[in-house]
Design a protein around this ligand. Structure first.
Ligand code: GLU
Length: 480
């Protein structure tokens, strides 16, 4: 093995890239970068039926958007390619043949029914079911005949019934008693290797120094170690990341909602906020800090500080982190980010300045950019829908409300220099004369927004412009 740290993210392109996978990718990235090593993207597409180019495209697109750059991968040449398993069949074949030649693997011709019957027998005896190893005994001649007759069966790896121990960077020493496991299927045939085998060949051939992956793979590790030993490969170091849990503390799954990166991207979460959030799923800096750029994370991340217990995928925390990043962005950046969301909602702000003004009104309270289209919808509607009762300030009657709106109208008609400060000044002067400011300001604000809560009428009037403001006041008056 080279002395360089080399980690890999090895997704199977069988569906959209989800957040849990990105957490794995991120930890691999951080570990590689902080050790001045390389981060490799390997597409594990040996399952031809379930893999699709579309999903490979999604993996590449979303990882790129997130800014997790790989040093070698299907679209980035390196000395260990190709980086798609479907293009490495010959290599797997060579090693499968070697295992067969060395009697570390054999063809198994047991049928599904035979295996099932055996399983049931074992279960009824109260034993943990495992493959009996029956086909190990088949003579070479019989084997050849069967293969010739087109009965391919499967290829099984001889699992030695010994204890396999490894040191997990997160969990410490882990031991598996392999006498509990039967011989495992590592390929359907010489051209169709399965996960546990191809991953071992690739990790070795690609000189992967550290395998960092989810805890759900932990029981695969002793099998992979045995296969690697049989092929005289160097065994990489392992780190198994804690499971991700839903808010109900069960394993995070589709049941908890759509966790694809695409969804979060479409909702307007920022890539830097997503990475920050994912980094904290199982890792913490050991103090109170919660905001980390990718650069900070490369510096601060330590496998020793990765927890063993499951990490809850807490969307409120993501919202909070995202809001923090949104606050740090300039109004003009946010306005640019908001454009696609306005477009999707069918809103066309008059000009860039207007978009910026709207964004500025919500910057402090937004958790994600998509919210801007919900919050700001009233700016773009020709007719606002709201109950006329909403116009009245704390139970005042509709005559009073109407009179107040008329007053606001007559004041605003006179305003020449239409901008927030001027509007505020003249309206506040009038409002202070009332028994309560709300008497004048509340109906006006509702007339302009149709909302129970919103920014102040001065801010809204400024964005709407004089004509639309007066028009909305008229419509409100007509309701009463
Ligand atoms: N293709 C496997 C997966 O997506 C990779 C597992 C591993 O990292 O070894 O789960």
């Amino acid at each position: 093995m080279s002395s360089t740290t080399r980690t890999r993210f090895a997704p199977s392109p069988t569906g959209p890239l989800h957040m849990g996978s990105v957490r794995t990718a991120l930890f691999n990235y951080l570990f590689a970068k902080q050790n001045k090593g390389k981060f490799i993207l390997r597409i594990e597409d040996t399952d031809k039926e379930r893999s699709a180019k579309e999903w490979e495209g999604d993996i590449i697109e979303q990882l790129s958007w997130l800014g997790l750059k790989w040093d070698e991968g299907p679209d980035k040449e390196g000395s260990y390619g190709p980086y798609r398993q479907s293009e490495r069949t010959e290599l797997y074949k060579t090693y499968l043949q070697k295992l067969l030649d060395d009697k570390n693997a054999y063809h198994c011709f047991c049928t599904g029914e035979e295996l099932e019957a055996h399983r049931q027998e074992q279960t009824s005896r109260g034993e943990t079911p495992k493959y009996s190893g029956r086909c190990r005994e088949i003579s070479e001649t019989e084997q050849k005949e069967k293969l010739k007759a087109g009965n391919n069966g499967v290829i099984r790896f001889v699992v030695e019934p010994k204890k396999v121990t490894f040191k997990d960077l997160i969990r410490g020493k882990i031991e598996f008693d392999m006498s509990l496991s039967g011989d495992i299927v590592i390929a359907k045939d010489l051209d169709t290797p399965l996960y546990n085998f191809s991953v071992v060949v690739d990790d070795s051939e690609m000189a992967i120094s550290h395998v960092i992956r989810g805890e759900d793979h932990i029981s695969n590790t002793p099998r992979q170690i045995l296969i690697a030993e049989a092929l005289a490969f160097t065994i990489p170091e392992y780190a198994h990341l804690p499971l991700l849990l839903g808010e109900d503390r069960s394993k995070l799954s589709k049941r908890h909602g759509n966790n694809s990166v695409k969804r979060f991207r479409e909702e307007g979460y920022l890539p830097e906020a997503i990475l920050n959030f994912l980094a904290l799923l199982g890792w913490n800096p050991g103090d109170e800090r919660e905001i980390f750029s990718l650069k900070d994370l490369v510096k601060e991340f330590k496998t020793e500080r990765v927890q063993k217990g499951g990490a809850v995928f807490n969307l409120k925390r993501l919202d909070w982190i995202n809001a923090r990043y949104l606050k740090e962005k300039s109004v003009s950046e946010l306005a640019q980010d908001a454009v696609p969301f306005f477009e999707t909602a069918g809103f066309t702000p008059k000009d860039k300045k207007t978009t910026e003004k709207i964004v500025a009104l919500y910057k402090e309270r937004m958790h994600k950019i998509a919210e801007i289209a919900e919050y700001a919808g009233f700016f773009f509607q020709d007719f606002l829908k709201y109950d006329k009762e909403l116009l009245s300030w704390k139970g005042s009657d509709s005559e009073t409300t109407k009179a107040m709106l008329k007053k606001a109208e007559s004041i605003l008609i006179e305003v020449k220099d239409w901008k927030e400060e001027t509007i505020e000044k003249v309206l506040m002067e009038a409002a202070e004369k009332e028994e309560n400011r709300g008497l004048l300001l509340w109906p006006l604000r509702v007339a302009l927004t149709g909302q129970k809560s919103s920014p102040s009428p001065f801010e809204v009037a400024d964005v709407l412009g004089k004509e639309a403001t007066l028009q909305r006041i008229k419509e409100a008056t007509n309701k009463l």
